[in-house]
Design a binder for this molecule. Structure first.
Ligand code: ATP
Length: 124
């Protein structure tokens, strides 16, 4: 195996270490993962369409990816300075805002897809 391939495999290994660190050390990420599994289960139960799967898949990926970025920024900010500062507060608040905005979009997608199906279920 040439060094290019070895490097790419190493990169995957580091990325999976990051995934393990995310779900092993970030309670919010675990909550989002549980919600993602619940959304997938509901998608299977309600046999949602391909377009609906696309929307669910995109928002799940977006929320989990931004959770990883948020955790990374938090870790870096904590490393840069342990002191309280307006700059660190702003950086952390903005990173948290990214997750909140994505999670809000995911909630909207979930409600748009599943709420009508749940209402229909109770009307029978
Ligand atoms: N060094 C700091 N200086 C000023 N404000 C801070 C500082 N550290 C944290 N904060 C404030 O506290 C909030 C929470 O920060 P914290 O690092 O505890 O993140 P968190 O969202 O509780 O993360 P987690 O629960 O994943 O550890 C930040 O969004 C920010 O407003």
């Amino acid at each position: 195996m040439n060094s290019f391939c070895k490097k790419r495999i190493e990169s995957f290994k580091y990325a999976f270490q990051g995934v393990a660190a995310l779900f092993g050390g970030t309670p919010n990420a675990v909550v989002h993962l549980i919600l993602a599994v619940a959304a997938i289960a509901m998608g299977l139960i309600f046999s949602i369409s391909t377009a609906e799967w696309l929307a669910v898949t995109i928002v799940i990926g977006l929320v989990l990816a931004l959770e990883a970025v948020n955790s990374s920024i938090e870790a870096l900010a904590n490393h840069v300075s342990k002191d309280r500062s307006d700059a660190i507060r702003r950086v952390k608040d903005l990173a948290a805002a990214a997750v909140l905005l994505a999670a809000s979009a995911a909630l909207a997608v979930g409600l748009l897809i599943f709420l009508p199906k749940i209402i229909e279920l109770f009307q029978c």
